[in-house]
Design a protein around this ligand. Sequence first.
Ligand code: HEC
Ligand code: HEC
Length: 318
Amino acid sequence: MANKILFILFIGLVLISFTWNRNHLVQKWPSPIHPKTAFASESSLELGRALFYDPILSADSSISCASCHLSYTAFAHVDHPTSHGIGDKIGKRNAPSLVNLAWRQQFHWDGGVLSLTGQAVNPLTHPDEMGNSLEVILKKLQENDRYRKAFKLIYQEEGIQTWMLLDALQQFTISLVSKNSFYDKVMQNQVNFSTQQANGMTLFEQHCNRCHTAPLFFSNRFESNGIQIDSTDMGRFEITGLNADIGKFRVPTLRNISHSFPYMHDGRMKTLKEVLAHYGKQLHLSDIQQKDLIAFLKTLTDTNFLMNPQFQYHTLNQ
Ligand code: HEC
Ligand code: HEC
């Protein structure tokens, strides 16, 4: 009996290592860094989602979180290189996609924000984004019947407070998980790569994976990918003041990358072709190799995520 169990275990291990070798990039999905909060529930998620889509949060009720983070583009902002906020003000950075945030150690291109919950204070109060104050926002929400009821139901306290607003928003942003792309299906042996995509994956492993590490396709490190530094944005240096950090930015995710253009912290590149031309020059990649890499990057598109009705516009019921 014991021998039989050992034999079955052995065969199991052989099978696992076989699949591992065949799909080099297969890696166990790591545990999230940010756990769900105590208030996580269906209704808090719905509240967070309604807030995310509600311009009531901005000073003149013109801008919502979704104005800069659109569901169809993986919650990035595609019609301006850098963010476009209240009163047509243009910020200095490209709005990143909001994907798999529970696995991020720090937020923003320079890692200047350590908590996803606290992050929302920045856009809510930034003069170039939503330009509001927390006092005014809480007052407006308190005067709104639907929000007053929803907050009370979830947080069981009279009166809406800042931490509740931030918690609710975070319930929604942390729920934006993308792990069902064509690539993921290949890794689960449901479909196969074309030759071009497979070649692209091999090149990706050689040249890209050490920074954009599978299966998240980002890493919680700050790196320079060789693009020209612009003196108006020194990246990680702005947080640490260390010379070694000049021009370093956090490694962005490549999931849904074909939808979250433009690229880089300042949106300087409009197409993946431009991005690959940049890396191609550095790494001596031929035109064909660049095309293969783009074919592989396109397999990271998760249509279920981009079209998920649960991530789209929502208001609270009466
Ligand atoms: C005017 C455009 C704009 C609006 C409105 C906006 N954001 Fe953003 N968002 C950005 C930009 C730009 C960044 C990157 C900032 C940086 O790196 O300095 C960002 C970063 C983030 C991040 C960090 C993502 C990461 O991976 O580091 C989160 C989370 C986020 N925004 C959520 C929100 C929420 C929630 C709201 C509404 C309360 C919101 N944003 C409103 C432009 C916007
Ligand atoms: C040394 C680490 C490193 C390596 C290796 C690397 N990248 Fe990057 N990549 C970065 C960083 C950092 C950024 C963000 C740079 C910025 O915004 O200034 C980035 C940005 C990108 C972007 C734009 C993402 C966005 O949302 O704007 C794409 C696409 C990309 N890399 C693809 C690749 C490909 C393909 C390879 C391999 C050929 C590769 N990278 C190799 C670090 C790296």
